[in-house]
Design a protein around this ligand. Structure first.
Ligand code: CU
Length: 159
């Protein structure tokens, strides 16, 4: 009996060892307070458009991103957010899944596909978020309000 327990403990230890160093992909280290800072301000409007299609940042920067909904329409009919997706996440699949999460402002609650996102905003509203730039690469950002992603999308580029 004692041997059996020992064996199980060993298996558990091995599992932890393999999962913690198995995939070889290291997440960027958490940045300190003294990290270089970058401020981004994006506008969204009643015509279902952002005012930029490309956001460029540098890896290692702490990003402060503000979304201003400069429209007048209500959140219910013309809400906007900014959702930065992880690499390899299909925009259309994500947007389709988001539709099921109306009660959570169209953000899938598991959040596994998302690097960062703002609140869903109605006309005249604003939201600011802070996050660390992910690893170098090109990421998609979209508005997850149903039907908006076709027009409201762009590239989040980390250099
Ligand atoms: Cu939108």
């Amino acid at each position: 009996m004692k041997m059996k327990i020992k064996f199980i403990a060993l298996c558990i230890a091995a599992t932890f060892t393999f999962t913690s160093c198995g995939d070889g992909k290291k997440a960027p280290e958490k940045l300190g307070e003294d990290a270089p800072k970058r401020t981004i301000v994006i506008e969204a409007n009643d015509k279902m458009k952002y005012n930029m299609a490309e956001i460029k940042v540098k890896s290692g920067e702490r990003i402060t991103l503000t979304l201003n909904n400069v429209g007048k329409m209500l959140k219910l009919s013309m809400g906007h957010n900014v959702v930065i997706l992880k690499q390899g996440v299909d925009m259309e699949e994500f947007a389709t899944k988001s539709r099921e999460y109306a009660s959570n402002d169209y953000i899938p609650e598991e959040g596994k596909d998302i690097i960062a996102y703002t609140k869903m905003l109605g006309g005249g509203e604003s939201d600011t978020i802070t996050f660390d730039a992910p690893a170098k690469g090109i990421y998609d950002f979209i508005c997850s309000f149903p039907g908006h992603w076709a027009l409201m999308k762009g590239k989040f580029i980390v250099e």
